[in-house]
Design a protein around this ligand. Structure first.
Ligand code: ZN
Ligand code: ZN
Length: 280
């Protein structure tokens, strides 16, 4: 099989949607599939109704110690990260958390727009209903740009995750022209030096397309974006590295020449041709 060497979006037991997925089990899969670096990015939802869902502040030290301890047991490089939900009113709190601990990599997410969990089966119909898709995505990307401009994040997770349950309100495929504020969103990445990830969980969702769609990646490439991370968004060990070799092929086809890695929040560019290996 062909594997990408990096997977920078992985949930383990401190995420409440991955309670049984131990770091040890991810290591075993990584060793078998030739994955060299895993960045664990457990959910951190620092405020609001869903804060119970992610890691609690008093658990962060234990989370980090566990990954550091297990890093000693394997040749797979284990990195400590978080997938942090952005909230305008909690910027200071997020900043304090990121300053306090030795994280390697921080993904930014905008799952929640106001009261809506936009990528949920429950809220998607209410969020998208009664207005054009472009209005809804404009609303989404306005908030997303604010997250980028906060300077808190290394890379933005699944940029168009709002597509997840869109099929509940419309059947037609999404057009790039329906992405509100697309140019501004992409420009914000370049000017604030923030990356985006290609997230393969979309290939496992009903619509079957990675996040973001190819047109978004092309727009980002044309705007001069250079930082791209790869993430399977695994919540179970078997999904580790899922379709990420495919993501590398796609990025290469668009023209990208490098894939990002991080250590202690320092960015490194890796030649795209070195990213995929074939394992028996
Ligand atoms: Zn997410
Ligand atoms: Zn995730």
């Amino acid at each position: 099989m062909r594997s990408a060497r990096f997977d920078y979006h992985v949930h383990e037991t401190f995420s409440s949607d991955a309670r049984d997925s131990k770091v040890e089990d991810y290591i075993k899969v990584a060793e078998k599939r030739g994955i060299e670096q895993i960045a664990f990015t457990t959910h951190e939802i620092i405020t609001g109704t869903y804060s119970y869902f992610g890691i609690q502040l008093e658990e962060v030290e234990q989370y980090i110690d566990n990954i550091h301890r297990l890093d000693e047991t394997t040749d797979v490089k284990l990195l400590v990260g978080l997938e942090v939900d952005y909230f305008s009113e909690a910027q200071r709190q997020i900043e304090a958390l990121l300053d306090e601990y030795p994280f390697d990599f921080i993904l930014g997410s905008t799952h929640f727009i106001g009261e809506y969990d936009v990528g949920s089966r429950k809220d998607a119909p209410a969020y998208f209903g009664g207005r054009s898709l472009k209005e809804a995505t404009t609303d989404y990307f306005r908030f997303w740009i604010e997250a980028v401009q906060s300077g808190l994040f290394d890379s933005m997770a699944h940029p168009d995750y709002w597509r997840r349950f869109l099929h509940l309100v419309r059947k037609e495929p999404v057009l790039l022209s329906e992405y509100g504020l697309l140019g501004d969103a992409v420009d914000s990445l370049v000017s604030y030096d923030v990356g985006i990830e290609v997230n393969s969980s979309g290939r496992r969702h009903e619509h079957g397309i990675q996040y973001p769609i190819r047109g978004f990646l092309e727009t980002a490439y044309n705007a001069g974006l250079k930082k791209i991370t790869l993430g399977s968004d695994s919540h179970i060990p078997d999904h580790l590295g899922y379709w990420l070799a495919g993501a590398v092929d796609l990025l290469k086809d668009i023209g990208f020449t490098h894939i990002s890695s991080f250590k202690a929040r320092k960015h490194k560019s890796n030649p795209i041709d070195s990213l995929v290996r074939t394992v028996k």
